[in-house]
Design a protein around this ligand. Structure first.
Ligand SMILES: Nc1ncnc2c1ncn2[C@@H]1O[C@H](COP(=O)(O)OP(=O)(O)O)[C@@H](O)[C@H]1O
Ligand SMILES: [Mg+2]
Length: 431
């Protein structure tokens, strides 16, 4: 294919952190871009058939609008970019005959109860299948926490008791740890469920949307960035999350790659993610998975999404010839050649914690934090005066600290040192 004539449609919801990085990747590949978003305002500068207003809450109608646009002016790829766009991209890809995930597989990644059901269905221990063949995407044992789906008015405590304490109560349809709460006893489970229902009400979710109660899986957590091509998974990066994530809320902080876990454990992680993608039915494009590693070194699948890593975290990754993750995603979508080997340097990011609710006054110590050796960037995503809300209700990141160094330990050290210079000044919203 000749770069410069290829045309890609990017679904860029107003709230996405990823718009500039995907637009930059398209620019570097010299492809034509059409932006689809929910308001004309987001489409700043984009005109005519380069801009499309879609209702992200209505994937069928949005995909139909994309197909109509493609009939006037053909598209070579449709990229979902973030959670809100992945269903639309799958449906449009199907209409247009592009290599894309099956819509029903993507739907399973958008509903944690459906995802658990798909993984349970494929669970080798319950439904013995053919023996593993030992290749990296051979069917291994898929481990996931025991779970129960609870409807409104349903008995959360009975569900937790059937599973065994402690449990994690969570919404089926949110992300970024919103509404994910650990509960160690009946009172905590009731309180957690009430809080999750309140978040869903605030977001106007339908009354019949259930919540999930899962066994709490102890152990270290990792995130895996991968790329599926014709059903085969290539692991792009495994991130360790060196801060303890024991709840009751699960605020994400430090991610460091490459992982310091032993090679055999990492191989098992890769097999688990490949098995999970297959069980869910995903075949094409980026996947972002989270797993816990139990004390025996066995991975447990927490979840898998059909998109790249959240927030600005993809900025930690550089591949052969300095290619970004977004460029890899676009190259894959356009069937262009790609080399998915990550650079050898260690890299990491710290999502800056939000300690209390209110208005952000200032983040002090930014110069000192940036001056720490190994720190490559500090990006604050909430402006002074902006509202901040901690988990479990909050849904925005305060900002991101990035580091690169020869070793993962040095990256972690740089991030911790830089963070220690930052003082986040927040005043209560009513003050
Ligand atoms: N069953 C579980 N056991 C232990 N920790 C969990 C469990 N489920 C979720 N968590 C913690 O909560 C975080 C967010 O949960 P997750 O299911 O990934 O939802 P989200 O889509 O909001 O990221 C996880 O990264 C993990 O730290
Ligand atoms: Mg998650």
């Amino acid at each position: 294919m000749i770069p410069g004539v290829a045309r890609v449609l990017l679904l860029l919801p107003t709230g996405t952190y990823k718009a500039p990085d995907f637009l930059e990747a398209a620019r570097r590949l010299d492809v034509d871009v059409v932006v689809a978003s929910e308001t004309a305002q987001t489409l700043a500068g984009a005109m005519g058939d380069r801009a499309l207003v879609v209702d992200l809450a209505d994937p069928e109608a949005s995909a139909a609008a994309i197909s109509a646009l493609a009939a006037r002016h053909p598209l070579d790829a449709v990229v979902g970019v973030d959670d809100q766009g992945v269903m639309i991209a799958a449906l449009a890809g199907k209409h247009l005959g592009l290599p894309a995930n099956p819509p029903e597989a993507v739907a399973r990644t958008r509903n944690k109860a459906a995802m658990r059901a798909a993984l349970a269905e494929a669970d080798g221990s319950r439904h013995p299948g053919p023996p593993a063949t030992g290749t990296s995407d051979a069917a291994g044992i898929l481990r996931q926490p025991a779970f129960r789906v609870v409807s409104r008015g349903g008995d959360v405590v009975a569900a937790a008791e059937a599973i065994g304490w402690p449990v994690v109560v969570k919404p089926v349809s949110l992300s970024a740890s919103r509404g994910v709460i650990r509960a160690d006893d009946p009172a905590a489970a009731e309180a957690a469920a009430a809080r999750v229902w309140a978040i869903l009400d605030e977001d106007c979710h339908p009354d019949d949307e259930p919540i999930l109660v899962e066994a709490y899986v102890p152990g270290e957590e990792v995130a895996v960035e991968g790329l599926l091509r014709e059903g085969r998974l290539e692991v792009l990066a495994v991130f360790d999350k060196p801060d303890p994530l024991t709840g009751p809320y699960f605020e994400e902080t430090i991610y460091v790659t490459p992982s310091r876990l032993p090679e055999p454990v990492q191989a098992e992680i890769a097999r688990s993610v490949a098995g999970a993608a297959r069980a869910i039915g995903l075949t094409e494009g980026p996947v972002h998975a989270e797993l816990r590693i139990d004390p025996e070194g066995r991975p447990w699948i927490l979840e898998l999404a059909a998109r790249t890593i959240g927030g600005l975290c993809a900025r930690t990754l550089r591949f052969a010839a300095g290619v970004t993750l977004e460029e890899l995603v676009l190259r894959h979508a356009l069937s262009l050649p790609l080399d998915a080997r990550r650079e050898t340097m260690a890299a990491g990011v710290m999502m800056l914690p939000i300690a209390s609710p209110g208005r952000l006054v200032a983040v002090h110590g930014q110069d000192e934090a940036r001056a720490v050796p190994g720190i490559t960037a500090l990006d604050l995503s909430i402006p002074p005066g902006g509202e901040v809300r901690p988990l479990p209700e909050g849904d925005r990141y305060l900002g991101f600290l990035f580091a690169r160094a020869p070793t993962p330990a040095a990256v972690e050290e740089a991030l911790r040192s830089a963070h220690s210079h930052l003082e986040v000044e927040i005043v209560p919203a009513t003050a």
